[in-house]
Design a protein around this ligand. Sequence first.
Ligand code: DHB
Ligand code: MG
Length: 226
Amino acid sequence: MTQELWAAVDDYIATHLTAEGEALGAVLAASERAGLPAGAISANQGKLLELLVRMHGARRVLEIGTLGGYSAIWLARGLPSDGRLVTLEANAHYADVARANIATAGLAPAVEVRVGPALQTLRQLVAERVDPFDLIFIDADKQNNPGYLEWSLKLSRPGTVIVADNVVRAGAILDPDGSDARLGDGGVQGLRRFYELLAAEPRVSATVIQTVGAKGHDGFALAFVL
Ligand code: DHB
Ligand code: MG
């Protein structure tokens, strides 16, 4: 199996089943023009998030790591008409781009983009005593994944689904001293600690699905709050 083949199959799937992702090409182009780093999920991964929101009947969704709003748009597409997505972004410029992209997609009324380091905005949400979220998508700086999981649990209820992107990184997670240039120092160690917390945490039952495609070999963690 090669990256070329994975990408071709990803494209085949997207062409057949994820045609609605075509409309989001403009969103990705706008993010690139605004100087945002690549790193958005693929269209097929976005469709998976949309379906998870729908299948779970989620009305309140939280995203940690907005970037340009691409995954936020997929998540919000899965919501019922009275559903709500809160998405957290550390970088104010990224958040501005995301708000514009979300508005372009016609989803601005359903989405709140909060700016600030997520460990702070998560604390703020807990302090505000917001209702628990039905689904939480973690896709920010992987160094802080352990903290994001802890705060996510405080914002969960039994039955909440927690999804996390990038938990395989072409197998870099197998090595305690592993590194991934694109995740920065400590990214792989943050992911390994995240696995350890999931394993030790009696409040969740979790697994990881490995993914291949346009984004290479990576994985989504899926955790269910008991
Ligand atoms: C990259 C991909 C991601 O999905 C992410 O969250 C961060 C970085 C990347 O490959 O650069
Ligand atoms: Mg990611």
